[in-house]
Design a binder for this molecule. Structure first.
Ligand code: ASP
Length: 447
């Protein structure tokens, strides 16, 4: 990476640290009376809008980028056998690491028992304070059932892409894979024009991301300032054992499990990996959104971690939507923590069911801030906890979200380097604009 690039990451890091310090100071000066009007004005009219613009600049590239990179990735695989093999390996890896992450979370929550000592007054106070917010969050009634799978096949792909609240990624992924396979069946001139077009779309999104990254130091400062200025640090003290359990589980995944995977499966130095992935980590931490981080993840994986474009284009968008190690362990710990608070003793069978629900809901959760909260309700029901109990943890959710999103995204990039180790030889270096399309009928039987 150029000197300029290195310096730029330092600016982003500086934005993050300064934002946290400034927000923390403002929060602690405000005391019990809440934030003064001048700060509220600043948040509402200056820092929130700038942070939001930064996030939107990244988010607006997600649908075209996922579509272009995934369909190109699949087309470049060239044949269904390769697609099937890489797809299977990727999903097996996602499933295993997600279940493993929940397992670590559940072991820790059973050992630490963060919910046992929580004073009754704290529970009552938090339930009263956050009841309204929790009702609002649960309103969307998101749940995992058979329709979750039916809805992967869209009635209209354009409406999936233009969902005003959050683009529905699974249907977009589904269509992109079909289009990718379709490209390999087209006559060569047609396939070439379409791939060239999709490559151009990919390059334009990269250009937009570069512009977004120019304002990243300021955007990151504003996002972190807003979070820490509003954050209830007192709450952090009251829920310290719970927050500590989640952070410990995230730490074990990030600093023990992934490094083992990187060394033994990907044959990479974890230090180098984390150093090269720092732009991804900073973006995930400050935006709390796997989707908003996706463009950066694809770009950096290819440029810095040398993941071939077809693999980055396939594994990372899939991972951003379906592979959420941080979210799954957060859900498991939260469900058991709340069960402990409500005096429920969950048998091992129920706990295994909780694991299953966490894996499924982590697949279904949207990659946006707080995307897993509505789905957490289904996990709580399995753990015999009333969904409204989410109110207890909402006050600390944003901080946890920043950390679990970072783990989610690092998990996707780890998957991409692991798959590269096993499949990378099939993708010798690519030059931009090169078309990797096989003759039609190579993939599917001729019609
Ligand atoms: N914010 C998380 C993400 O984007 C989802 C969640 O756990 O709420 O990955």
């Amino acid at each position: 990476m150029s000197e300029k690039g290195k310096k730029f990451h330092l600016y982003i890091l500086a934005g993050l640290i300064l934002g946290a310090i400034a927000g923390g100071i403002v929060n602690s000066l405000a005391g019990d009376g809440g934030l003064p009007n001048s700060i509220k004005f600043l948040l509402k009219n200056v820092t929130d809008p700038i942070g939001e613009i930064f996030k939107r600049m990244l988010l607006m590239t997600v649908v075209p980028l996922v579509f272009a990179s995934l369909s190109l990735g699949v087309a470049r695989f060239g044949d269904l056998t390769k697609l099937g093999r890489i797809g299977l390996k990727t999903f097996a890896y996602f499933l295993f690491t997600t279940a493993f992450a929940v397992g670590i979370g559940l072991i820790l929550v059973n050992i630490i028992q963060p919910g046992r000592g929580l004073p009754k007054e704290t529970t009552e106070q938090l339930m009263a304070e956050y009841a309204g917010e929790s009702e609002k969050k649960l309103e969307s009634n998101a749940k995992v059932d058979v329709n979750t799978f039916v809805n992967i096949v869209p009635k209209n792909p354009l409406s999936s892409a233009s969902n005003p609240n959050n683009s529905e990624m699974l249907p977009i992924i589904f269509v992109a894979i079909l289009v990718g396979v379709g490209i390999t069946r087209l006559r060569l001139p047609l396939a070439q024009s379409l791939t060239t077009f999709l490559e151009a779309v990919g390059e334009i999104t990269v250009f937009i991301i570069q512009i977004a990254m120019m304002i990243a130091p300021v955007g990151v400062f504003c996002l972190i300032f807003g979070t820490t200025a509003r954050f209830g640090f007192d709450l952090l003290g009251q829920l310290a054992w719970y927050v500590g359990t989640v952070l410990l589980a995230i730490g074990i995944m990030a600093f023990v499990v992934y490094p083992i995977i990187l060394v033994f499966l990907a044959k990479q130095s974890p230090f180098q990996f984390y150093y090269r992935a720092r732009a991804i980590i900073l973006t995930a931490f400050s935006t709390s959104s796997s989707s908003a981080t996706l463009p950066t993840s694809i770009k950096i994986s290819h440029e810095e971690l040398k993941v071939p474009k077809p693999i980055a284009g396939f594994v990372i968008p899939l991972g951003a939507t379906t592979n959420m190690n941080g979210t799954s362990l957060f859900e498991g710990i939260t469900a058991l923590f709340l069960a402990q608070v409500f005096g429920q003793n969950l048998e091992i069978g129920t706990q295994l069911f909780v694991v299953l629900m966490c894996v499924l809901t982590a697949v279904g959760a949207a990659g946006v801030p707080g995307g897993s909260i509505p789905l957490l309700a289904s996990v709580l029901i399995v753990a015999n906890v009333p969904p409204a109990a989410i109110a207890l943890i909402l006050g600390v959710d944003r901080i946890l979200d920043m950390c679990r999103t970072t783990l989610n995204v690092v998990g996707d990039v780890t998957a991409a380097v692991v798959i590269t180790r096993f499949e990378g030889k099939n993708f010798p270096d690519e030059t931009p604009g090169e078309v990797h399309v096989v003759e039609s009928s190579h993939v599917l039987p001729p019609t």
